[in-house]
Design a protein around this ligand. Structure first.
Ligand SMILES: [Zn+2]
Length: 250
């Protein structure tokens, strides 16, 4: 399922705007990751954990932009799915002397705090932690539930929106000044949107969540999979149209 080549290739990075970096997903059950630099402290915030197999590649990819993974002090998770969280386990092990804080929304935080393999790997997915060389342990994850905003340096003030439909713990991170949206697997570029057939998924909720984010002014759409876009409003509108048309056929 996973080629050994993937273990050693760097994640391809791109600077989206100053201090915002995109690292593209590997082919096999991985996710896009984003690094934001705090312009005051030079500390790094990482968005989503990847699948663990891709961690070496992320670290290599970051080096090309002079980003040292040891400066990661905050990790934000868009949702609880394996391709977004497994990388936390090896990363926290590597950073155990100076562990970053991990933030997620209620359901995601709960699952990771519990550290139960069966919750992180629902039986119907046909995959196990062994396939990723990872053992699941309880992690200390801070619940973003009651924290509406957070700042990263002097440049970014992110808002958090609960946007269920793809999973129970799905959130979007939105930065209104730079018009950045990190929607996890809610919407993708090219009119695409997240699956709603996993446990906790719902097409109705997904449609409502996409409708909500279509009211935001978005330039940079930085989704959990596929490519990124600097035509965020257009992309979100396309996804909204597509998800509505699917709903009409079901
Ligand atoms: Zn997902």
């Amino acid at each position: 399922m996973f080629s050994s080549r993937e273990n050693y290739s760097a994640k391809i990075g791109r600077e989206v705007i100053k201090n915002v970096f995109y690292f593209g997903e590997y082919l096999s059950l991985d996710c896009n990751q984003y690094v934001i630099v705090d312009d005051v402290t030079r500390e790094l915030a990482l968005f989503d954990g990847g699948n663990g197999i891709s961690l070496k590649g992320l670290i290599e990819g970051m080096k090309k932009f002079d980003l040292n993974f040891e400066n990661i002090t905050k990790i934000f998770l868009t949702h609880e799915h394996v391709d977004h969280v497994l990388g936390l386990y090896p990363l926290m092990e590597m950073l155990k002397n100076n562990p970053p804080k991990i933030y997620a929304f209620t359901e995601t935080a709960k699952i990771l705090n519990e550290g139960k393999e069966s919750k992180i790997f629902p039986g119907n997915l046909g995959i196990s932690p062994k396939m990723f060389g990872i053992s699941i342990v309880p992690l200390h994850v801070i619940d973003l539930n009651d924290k509406g905003n957070f700042e990263l340096g002097s440049e970014f003030i992110f808002k958090i929106y609960f946007t269920p439909g793809h999973s129970l713990g799905s959130i979007c991170f939105y930065e209104p000044n730079k018009k950045i949206l990190i929607p996890g697997d809610l919407v993708f570029t090219g009119g695409s949107f997240g699956r709603f057939d996993f446990p906790g998924g719902s097409l109705k909720q997904l449609t409502e969540s996409i409708k909500f984010i279509s009211t935001l002014d978005v330039k940079y759409l930085l989704p959990g999979h596929m490519d990124i876009s600097s035509q965020g409003n257009l992309e979100v509108q396309n996804s909204f149209r597509m998800v509505q048309s699917i709903g009409r056929f079901l």
